[in-house]
Write a protein of this length. Sequence first.
Length: 137
Amino acid sequence: MKYWLLKSEPDVWSIEQQEKTGAKGSPWDGVRNYQAAKNLKNMKKGDHCFFYHSNIGKEIVGIVEVIKEYYPDKTDQSQRFVAVTVKFLKKLVKPIKLEEIKKNKQLSHLSLIKQSRLSVMPIDSKSWKILNNMSKI
């Protein structure tokens, strides 16, 4: 299993909206950055992803699971980009604010800090464990 981080603006798509989609999940679409799209293509069924609220909140708020690997993004007229389907797993008891992540020297290598505009990024297993501990999971 691999780990990822997916960013969404909560006024566009929130963890609460994701939760309401239930077991059928929802497409993670609308990604128009080539590096982020490449990351979507590398996702496998069963991979876990942190759900990050960007712009408003700037915090990891939950975990979702990839339930369908990449396919053409129906929202992309050019047919160059892809989507995956993810389902809600859980909300974090204690969301992890970006400021907290930046303060942890063990996480300074994360794309969340180094490439802050990237919307889909890998998370190494050591960092996944650190972040889970920070959220009191």
